[in-house]
Ligand binder design. Structure first.
Ligand SMILES: Cc1cc2nc3c(=O)[nH]c(=O)nc-3n(C[C@H](O)[C@H](O)[C@H](O)COP(=O)(O)O)c2cc1C
Length: 213
């Protein structure tokens, strides 16, 4: 087989990617974003449906508006009676849900549902799956996001896959003009890293792999 990239380097790219939550203000050239987004689109997807769309936000006022919507939702949640005894614990999430507003680029990743004729038939037949399984579309969008993160890190950019901001998904969709059938799936801030966190530990293979005899 043709050797495209050294396998140890590729493993290193995967293993050394870290979530970055502090970014420099260096601008991100459009050509780099185009390559990163192209990498995302080479992800596999159910029946090659490619159920993703990427809204690239560079304008500071829009980024800040998105983050402010998450802040406001946090504040709202903290007025609910059931949060009265959890204020400190909930507030601990505030920064990790809102820091994306300070990144030079924010990519709002949208998804849309996609069902094969087989799946539609199964559901119309009344077969209800007993467990909450992710849809093929969700998994496809996730694969695109992982491609995006990895190729961004190859180009020296930091990213963080974020679903925390989805507490204000509706408000962010309104800010960005997202319309059905699209929905906000994740938020990915991107920029040159201004922090260099150490690799977070992972469970060993003995904990996550079952080798069938
Ligand atoms: C689906 C998903 C959602 C995440 N949401 C957030 C988030 O809202 N805020 C945040 O700071 N990190 C978020 N993360 C990043 C994780 O905290 C991070 O990937 C994990 O701690 C492992 O660290 P690493 O990415 O540096 O290896 C998310 C990651 C994934 C995969």
């Amino acid at each position: 087989m043709e050797k495209i990239i050294d396998k140890e380097s590729f493993f290193e790219i995967i293993a050394k990617r870290r979530s970055i939550r502090v970014f420099s203000n260096d601008p991100v050239p459009k050509a780099d974003l185009e390559r990163i987004l192209a990498a995302a689109t080479f992800a596999p997807s159910g029946t090659n449906s490619q159920p993703w769309h990427f809204v690239v936000v560079k304008t500071e006022s829009i980024r800040k508006k998105m983050a402010a919507a998450v802040e406001a939702k946090m504040d709202e949640i903290l007025t609910w009676p059931e949060t009265a005894d959890k204020v400190r614990r909930i507030n601990a999430y505030r920064r990790s849900f809102t820091f994306f507003g300070d990144a030079p680029v924010v990519i709002a990743v949208l998804g849309k549902d996609h069902q094969t004729i087989v799946r539609k038939t199964i559901e119309s037949h009344g077969v209800v799956q007993s467990r909450n399984r992710p849809s093929s579309a969700h998994l496809s969008v996730a694969a695109a996001i992982q491609n995006l993160l990895l190729f961004a890190s190859v180009l020296g950019y930091g990213t963080c896959w974020m679903t925390g901001p989805l507490i204000a998904a509706q408000e962010i969709e309104e800010i960005l003009g997202v319309e059905e059938p699209w929905y906000l799936s994740s938020v990915v801030p991107l920029g040159r890293p201004a922090e260099h966190p150490v690799i977070r530990s992972r469970k060993g293979l003995d904990k996550v792999v079952t080798w069938m005899p």
